[in-house]
Design a protein around this ligand. Structure first.
Ligand SMILES: Cc1ncc(COP(=O)(O)O)c(C=O)c1O
Length: 393
């Protein structure tokens, strides 16, 4: 009576973590470094804008977003990437990127590709919605390991032509959760060329794009434009969750070619949930303001410096280029997370909870993911306890 296609989904990472840890007492003050929930302050005026527009909860919101919000988003894209997108046809606000990453697959993935079941290319480890979206559209997920050897980004060029010819979509996360790797120009150019050759779309999850050290990460849309690629080739996803510390606002956007956006909007008009109007109002103001983003980035820069100092002598430590996670090599991620909890009270996520078993093994197994979201002092204490407990320094 229930669908078979979801039956082999593993339990979600966080219930799995609770099952691993919660039967055991913490060995010290509990410090949460497992969930990537930003803890820095969001702009104080967010509450005022929301309050000023609260009466609009009485109205059904427009499906495609208000013109003001869509132009705030296209303005941000132009400033950030130097790319012009038509706010009427190439942008749609999202209830956070997770919703969009799921629904884009529903709207864009064909039933067949080259006369056969389509494949969807997914980095491994990965943000879990990519896999469930793939299964939902009855496509074959192809997990491509993103390891130290591949610069922590998936090498889709290494796939057999047969898999690439059937590819309908390829998810890419840059900056990458969990590894903090950033796709450079060469990576994007090669991937876009591959997508042009095999005629698949790239779904670029760029929700960590504003948390970087010095150089703003390149955007996929920007590179596709510069290359003169098919305008439908790349669809990008951005969020206020990380950029502006508003994960509970549920606000992001999708942008790309007009045909793709028309399909995404059509599906939303039937099945989706547009953002409530007061949230659209405040989101427009948040996209238009950059000062709080600069401040936020400076706070993360302090944490990157702190992590580099604390783990600098740990063999195998790779300073993240961007995002807010450390991806620390250990012998066994589950054993390390349990030891850390029992001996220090620090909660981290075993890497394997974010990755799948493949013929070459599970690329997350020998890692833990550590979120740098807590206030600075708490983060420093947590990182020091991790180093002392797991790396004995
Ligand atoms: C890689 C990645 N993509 C997407 C999301 C979803 O973020 P949101 O739906 O809050 O925009 C997250 C959240 O943790 C993430 O880590």
């Amino acid at each position: 009576m229930f669908p078979e296609r979801f039956s082999n989904l593993p339990p979600y990472a966080f219930p799995r973590l609770r099952a691993l840890l919660d039967a055991h007492a913490p060995g010290g003050p509990v410090t949460h470094m497992s969930i990537g929930e930003p803890k820095h302050a969001f702009p104080a005026w967010v509450g005022e804008v929301l309050a000023a527009n609260v009466s609009e909860f009485a109205k059904y919101p427009p499906n495609d977003g208000t013109p003001e919000l869509r132009s705030a988003i296209s303005g941000w894209i132009a400033r950030r990437y130097g790319v012009t997108v038509d706010p009427d046809t190439q942008v749609m606000p999202l209830n956070g990127t997770r919703e969009g990453l799921y629904n884009a697959a529903m709207a864009l993935c064909p039933e067949t590709k080259s006369g056969r079941q389509p494949t969807v290319l997914i980095p491994n480890p990965f943000y879990q919605v990519y896999a469930v979206a793939t299964v939902s559209v009855n496509a074959e997920p192809v997990f491509v390991n993103a390891t130290k050897e591949t610069g922590h980004l998936p090498d889709y060029e290494s796939l057999p032509a047969e898999v690439l010819d059937r590819a309908a979509l390829a998810y890419v996360c840059s900056p990458a959760n969990p590894q903090g790797a950033v796709a450079d120009r060469d990576y994007w150019e090669r991937l876009i060329a591959l997508a042009e050759k095999h005629d698949f779309q790239i779904l670029a999850d760029e929700c960590y794009s504003e948390i970087y050290r010095d150089t703003p990460p390149l955007g996929a849309l920007q590179v596709a434009r510069e290359m003169g690629a098919d305008p439908e080739r790349v669809v990008i996803f951005h969020s206020l969750s990380k950029r502006s510390n508003l994960p509970g606002l549920r606000s992001g956007f999708v942008a790309g070619g007009p045909e793709s956006l028309a399909r995404i909007k059509l599906l939303r008009s039937y099945a989706g949930a547009p953002l409530p109007l007061p949230i659209q109002r405040v989101s427009g103001k948040v996209w238009a303001d950059e000062a709080h983003v600069v401040e936020n980035r400076a706070l993360y820069a302090e944490k990157f410096a702190m992590a580099d100092r604390i783990f600098g002598n740990v063999p195998g430590y790779e300073p993240p280029q961007a995002g807010f996670f450390l991806w620390l090599p250990v012998e066994d991620g589950e054993a390390a997370a349990l030891k850390l909890w029992q001996e220090t009270g620090v909660r981290v996520l075993p890497g394997a909870y974010l990755s799948r078993e493949t013929a070459e093994g599970n690329p997350g197994k020998g890692y833990i993911r550590v979120a740098l979201v807590a206030p600075k002092d708490e983060t420093e204490q947590g990182l020091t306890r991790i180093r002392d407990c797991l790396f004995g320094q």
